[in-house]
Design a protein around this ligand. Structure first.
Ligand SMILES: [Fe+2]
Ligand SMILES: [Fe+2]
Length: 360
């Protein structure tokens, strides 16, 4: 494997690397009992679906600026429909577009690193043999995801962002928790559930960039197995075995993770890079109906999965009602439906934005 890092990733305030203490009981299993047919089926599926980064066509020339310029007319629709703190001109709109895209892809990369480390913990800490095997398969997937996003950002895109502080905090919490199921709940259910919906949106936004489309489609297929892995692994424990006190701790975690994930989507780093007033723009992102709808959409996969796990308890419901997230509770969970269907209004708007500047 050989690729050139034209632009190394910028570093977060915490520096080039950071140690997080994580205590976890590593479970040896001398019985090798293989009873969980659903997990074994997922393991077979995962092995059969393995692909390599070299299967992608890296010779594709990615000129995001040309694509953004082609859509330059979209700034009028953006100003009209999103009512930003100050209207954007064509040049700013192109910059904003490029930064937002690079920001999203960079956070995908950092999230993938989190998934790599968290899932390695599941290999150690999960009590079931079948879960250890599947988790090992997922670890290999995540290494490939990190590889591919890193290569895309540094070799092809030419701009990137450091890890978002809210995402960093969430990843720390997931990695440092000593309870094995919390790793799953944080990573497979919350972080990967959100990523799955975000990948769906990326595919709608980038139909004219074949490399990222191929990358996203491949990773999305892998992620839908990972989320199903989380649901299948936690279902019995959460619905049959946990005490009321233990369940309450999981509720607390879900509520806190939801807030961190919502905050991470306010994109402060993008406004900073644009030299916009971060406070004003963050407030705008919080309250503008479209941005609000965009963030809600990213929870569309998480909510039905929490429901299946018995975690849509009165306390979580109350919180989710405030955030407008209960609209997704009747959707199919990840064991029934691996796909993500974004709401029609969102698809229409993104298509309009994309096509506004395209030559007729
Ligand atoms: Fe991944
Ligand atoms: Fe994953």
């Amino acid at each position: 494997m050989k690729y050139t890092q034209h632009n190394p990733l910028p570093l977060p305030e915490s520096g080039p690397s950071r140690a997080v203490t994580s205590t976890l009981d590593t479970i040896f299993d001398w019985q090798y009992e293989l009873n969980q047919q659903n997990l074994l089926a997922l393991y077979e599926k995962g092995k059969a679906a393995t692909w390599n980064a070299t299967d992608l066509d890296w010779s594709i020339d990615v000129d995001m600026e040309a694509l953004a310029r082609g859509r330059a007319g979209s700034y009028q629709i953006f100003n009209q429909m999103l009512n930003p703190p100050h209207p954007m001109d064509e040049k700013q709109s192109i910059e904003f577009n490029l930064n937002m895209n690079a920001w999203m892809l960079s956070q995908f990369l950092h999230g993938e690193q989190g998934a790599l480390l968290a899932t390695a913990k599941i290999v150690q800490g999960a009590p079931l043999e079948e879960a250890k095997w599947y988790a090992a398969n997922q670890v290999a997937d995540e290494a490939r995801h990190v590889e591919v996003y890193h290569r895309y950002l540094t070799e092809k895109l030419g701009r990137s962002f450091e890890v978002n502080p809210h995402l960093e905090t969430l990843l720390d919490q997931i990695i440092s928790d000593s309870r094995w199921d919390m790793t799953y709940l944080g990573m497979q259910i919350m972080v990967e559930g959100l990523a799955l919906a975000a990948f769906g949106l990326m595919k709608i936004q980038m139909p004219d960039e074949p490399l990222i489309l191929d990358i996203t489609t491949r990773i999305m297929n892998d992620e839908s197995r990972h989320v199903a892995f989380g649901v299948l692994s936690l279902e019995d424990l959460y619905t049959k075995e946990l005490s009321a006190a233990e369940l309450r701790e999981r509720e607390d975690f879900v509520i806190e993770a939801t807030h961190l994930m919502r905050d991470r989507l306010l994109m402060e780093q993008v406004y900073e890079r644009m030299n916009f007033d971060v406070k004003t723009w963050t407030e705008w992102a919080k309250h503008t109906p479209f941005m609000h709808g965009f963030r809600q959409m990213l929870f569309s996969k998480i909510v039905p999965n929490l429901k299946r796990l018995g975690l849509l308890t009165p306390r979580v419901r109350e919180e989710y009602a405030k955030l407008g997230l209960l609209q997704f509770e009747h959707l199919k969970d990840s064991t029934e439906d691996p796909g993500v269907t974004p709401p029609a209004e969102l698809v229409n708007f993104l298509t309009q934005l994309r096509e506004a500047g395209a030559p007729a």
